[in-house]
Design a protein around this ligand. Structure first.
Ligand SMILES: *Cc1c(COP(=O)(O)O)cnc(C)c1O
Length: 395
């Protein structure tokens, strides 16, 4: 210290406190390092900064050591090289569109995609001069016939997080690579644990960290993960132009949850599978859609490419029950809350009208679909809750 700080005025000392770091302090947690402005020692340093280098701190919006620590851990977890954080999973989807697609391009989207992605594709098609076309998620190698000279991007979701069809990712990727088309997978379902996209040649993995990575139902965040340097820079440039960044406090919450994610994922998986198996035996249920079951469309791909399933699955109620009755069933549940964002400790249930959500593939079921997310409650209690709600509502 050059001069005793006590000589400075009160306001100056408030702005420049004497910081006393605790010598020898060490902990497992990543420090929360906040910044809007990042301070440079001199102008030459500031002018030499290279935006391509993730660890050259330029501005709090782009990264601080806290957000970079999370990005690097996410990339490592999924077998990627780079990760960019966004304030939501949908923000990460948006980052892919704005980083990859320009006017005149064509995008292929699976018919069972996460609905806001569909909305995004339709919006770009309507207002920004691209074409967005939908394909049957079970198309496999047949996607080659849909690729046009201006096709720039193919979205994949594996499985579709409501209807659970599992696409043949290697076949889609092979067709895309042969024509130089970028592939992006929404890999939120598997959290990057149960499906390893880069081992199958996928270019970009999107994660809604809002789900298992947060695990607390209290953080919104997303990430795009890549192995290719140039692709990463394209997405990074788009992200800078979009002016989006994440709160380091939110990063800190996700960093705190990350070490328990695999154990939680496996617990959700066990409970969900047991519950799904029991629901198969119920006369009220026409079909149970869980990728681990042989009759789930794409089950062979699931068996070949996945190591687990997590807490999501869906059921189709027998067509003798009206949509109103199924709504009453969902509302009669006590342990399953009505809500969108899964991945936390609490179980959820949500009815869907699937036929109204598709344009490129037939939906074979007539009854109403309910998607369950199985939380960390006791499985026996969840089963009893469903049984009781069925007895009350389906009379
Ligand atoms: C939740 C979800 C998203 C979006 O995440 P948000 O953080 O809520 O924007 C994207 N894809 C899938 C499959 C999801 O389940």
């Amino acid at each position: 210290m050059t001069e005793p700080t006590s000589k400075r005025g009160l306001q100056t000392r408030i702005v420049h406190p004497e910081v006393s770091l605790t010598p020898g302090f060490a902990s497992f947690s990543t420090p929360v390092e906040r910044a809007s402005t990042v301070v440079f020692p001199d102008l030459a340093t500031m002018r030499e900064l290279d935006w391509r280098n993730d660890a050259q701190w330029r501005y709090g919006l782009h990264a601080t050591p806290t957000s970079l620590a999370l990005a690097q851990r996410l990339a490592a977890l999924e077998g990627g090289k780079h990760a960019l954080l966004q304030p939501s999973g949908l923000g990460a989807i948006s980052n892919v569109y704005f980083g990859i697609v320009k006017a005149g391009d064509d995008v292929l989207i699976p018919d069972n995609v996460y609905s806001p992605n569909r909305e995004h594709g339709d919006w770009l098609a309507r207002d920004f001069g691209i074409t967005a076309r939908y394909y049957d998620p079970l198309i496999g190698a047949g996607i080659a016939d849909l690729i046009r000279p201006n096709t720039r991007l193919i979205w994949i979701e594996a499985p579709g997080s409501v209807t659970m069809e599992v696409p043949d990712v290697p076949a889609i990727v092979a067709a895309a690579r042969a024509r130089n088309v970028v592939t992006a997978i929404d890999n939120t379902y598997s959290a990057g644990l149960a499906f390893r996209p880069f081992e199958h040649g996928v270019d970009i993995s999107v994660q809604a960290l809002t789900k298992y990575q947060s695990g607390g139902s209290d953080v919104l965040m997303g990430a795009t993960i890549t192995v290719d340097d140039e692709l990463h820079l394209k997405l990074k440039r788009a992200r800078m132009r979009m002016g989006t960044g994440v709160s380091v406090d939110d990063c800190s919450l996700v960093l705190r949850s990350l070490p328990s994610m695999k154990a939680r994922f496996e617990a959700h998986d066990r409970s969900a599978l047991a519950l799904a198996q029991w629901l198969k035996t119920r006369p009220e249920i026409a079909a149970v859609l869980h990728p681990a079951f042989q009759d789930c469309p794409g089950h062979e791909s699931f068996k070949r490419d996945f190591s687990g399933a997590g807490g999501l699955f869906s059921v189709v109620f027998d067509a003798r029950y009206s949509a109103t009755q199924v709504d009453a069933f969902v509302e009669a549940l006590e342990l399953f809350a009505i809500g969108w964002s899964w991945g936390g400790a609490h179980s959820l249930a949500m009815p869907y009208d699937i036929a109204s959500m598709r344009t490129a593939s037939a939906w074979p079921h007539r009854g109403t679909l309910v998607r369950f997310y199985v939380g960390l409650e006791e499985e026996a209690d969840l089963r009893a809750d469903i049984e009781r709600a069925m007895a009350t509502a389906l009379v």
